[in-house]
Ligand binder design. Structure first.
Ligand SMILES: NC(=O)c1ccc[n+]([C@@H]2O[C@H](COP(=O)([O-])OP(=O)(O)OC[C@H]3O[C@@H](n4cnc5c(N)ncnc54)[C@H](O)[C@@H]3O)[C@@H](O)[C@H]2O)c1
Ligand SMILES: O=C(O)C(=O)C[C@@H](O)[C@H](O)[C@H](O)COP(=O)(O)O
Ligand SMILES: [Zn+2]
Length: 359
């Protein structure tokens, strides 16, 4: 069964979620307007799936010129250098404005390839083909694309909506356990910020999710995408409510940056960050300590970390937060929590409070 989530707004697109979607060459090729299709993937995903996608596209449209380009796996590939390399490859490929980039991989590939598509000739089509749970529930949807700098996460980027998203759940069978758990952190985020019943559902289905039960995973993906779609179609450029999707991220990005993008992965950092944000909310009188305990217990049960890694300098973490994209006029803004299903953006949070919330 293929589940569909439609994302409305000024440039609507469809998210398809189902087993085997990467072999549907006709569906993939229907989004290519010209003759050039560049499949961007990483060193783990390329040998597993890239040839299949290229063959499926080619079979559906024999006139298409397909190329596969492979980046190293991992967050450190989300760099300006790799971005420049992709642009040079698009040039060498002769990609014209009707070319299409297929981002086949996790959030790293999606963000990097999406950013190259956003910039090449001021914007060409991009189709997201997420192969991690995190990319299926979050990064492939909504059009945020970016690369990191040593000074901070996602500091250089653009909003560039995908033409379509195909989440082939069969690819999750090869995903390492650690990456599956990372994706579950962003799933928990949706329950935490806007759907108390979904948070209950995740608690009830935690074992099935960890055991990769296919229907349970597909339901988690579809419900997560529906939440993200509802927000990003109303606020595509994060002028307001989209910031709620950043719950836990001010802490998470500071940790990832301070670890040089080689420590916790994004989902793990978000798990820690959400607990810090919940603690901060309790300190500021918005949440009760019991809610923080409940959130931490669920994340632990899902195999995720909930404590700031030992050895990180708290002052350095707060210094990174000053470059958080939600900060305004030199003051920190946080997504804070008032318990299951309820979050809000709070301006002017004192750095001393953020420091104390690190635990
Ligand atoms: N744009 C957004 O809205 C948004 C949202 C959330 C996260 N992100 C970004 O996404 C990135 C994290 O994405 P991620 O968690 O997918 O990490 P990732 O892209 O690094 O993938 C995780 C690992 O899994 C491997 N992998 C991917 N699919 C596989 C498969 N099917 N089988 C086997 N191995 C596979 C990858 O090679 C990599 O080693 C971060 O950079 C984060 O900032 C962006
Ligand atoms: O789509 C969004 O908006 C999000 O904030 C989703 C986050 O999970 C994601 O990690 C995003 O890349 C963070 O964006 P940033 O603007 O804080 O860099
Ligand atoms: Zn995130």
């Amino acid at each position: 069964m293929t589940r569909i989530v439609d994302v409305g707004g000024h440039a609507p697109y469809r998210i398809a979620i189902g087993d085997g979607l990467l072999s549907d060459g006709a569906a993939l090729a229907s989004h290519v307007r010209g003759r050039h299709a560049m499949i961007v993937s990483d060193a783990h995903v390329t040998p597993l799936y890239a040839r299949g996608v290229a063959d499926a596209l080619q079979a559906a449209n024999p006139g298409l010129r397909c190329m596969v380009t492979c980046i190293p796996a991992g967050e450190s590939a989300k760099s300006l250098d790799r971005f420049a390399e992709l642009l040079r490859e698009l040039a060498d490929f002769g990609a014209t404005r009707d070319a299409c980039v297929f981002a086949l991989g996790g959030g790293v590939v999606g963000d990097l390839a999406g950013f190259a598509a956003a910039c090449w000739m001021r914007g060409i089509d991009c189709v997201q083909l997420p192969t991690t749970l995190l990319a299926m529930v979050d990064s492939s949807v909504g059009g945020k694309t970016a690369v990191d700098l040593p000074q901070g996460k996602n500091l250089v980027g653009a909003f560039h909506l995908p033409r379509a998203v195909f989440a082939d759940t069969a690819t999750l069978r090869t995903l390492p356990d650690r990456e599956l758990r990372a994706g579950l952190a962003e799933v928990v985020k949706y329950g935490a910020i806007r759907d108390a019943a979904f948070l209950d559902w995740i608690e009830t289905h935690a074992d099935a999710l960890l055991a990769r039960d296919a229907d349970t995973l597909a339901e988690a993906i579809a419900r997560s995408c529906a939440h993200k779609a509802a927000i990003v179609e109303r606020d595509p450029f994060e002028r307001g409510e989209r910031a709620l999707l950043n719950f836990g991220h001010t802490f998470a990005h500071a940790i990832e940056t301070e670890q040089g993008y080689g420590g916790l992965n994004h989902g793990e950092a978000v798990a820690v960050g959400m607990v810090c944000a919940a603690r901060l909310s309790a300190r500021l009188g918005m949440a009760v300590a019991d809610d923080t305990q409940r959130l931490a217990a669920l994340l632990r049960r899902l195999g995720l970390p909930v404590d700031v890694p030992a050895g990180l300098d708290p002052a350095a973490l707060v210094a990174h937060m000053r470059l958080d994209k939600k900060a305004i006029a030199g003051r920190l803004r946080f997504v804070l929590w008032s318990g299951a299903g309820a979050a809000q953006v709070v301006p002017d949070v004192a750095e001393a409070e953020a420091l104390a919330a690190l635990g």
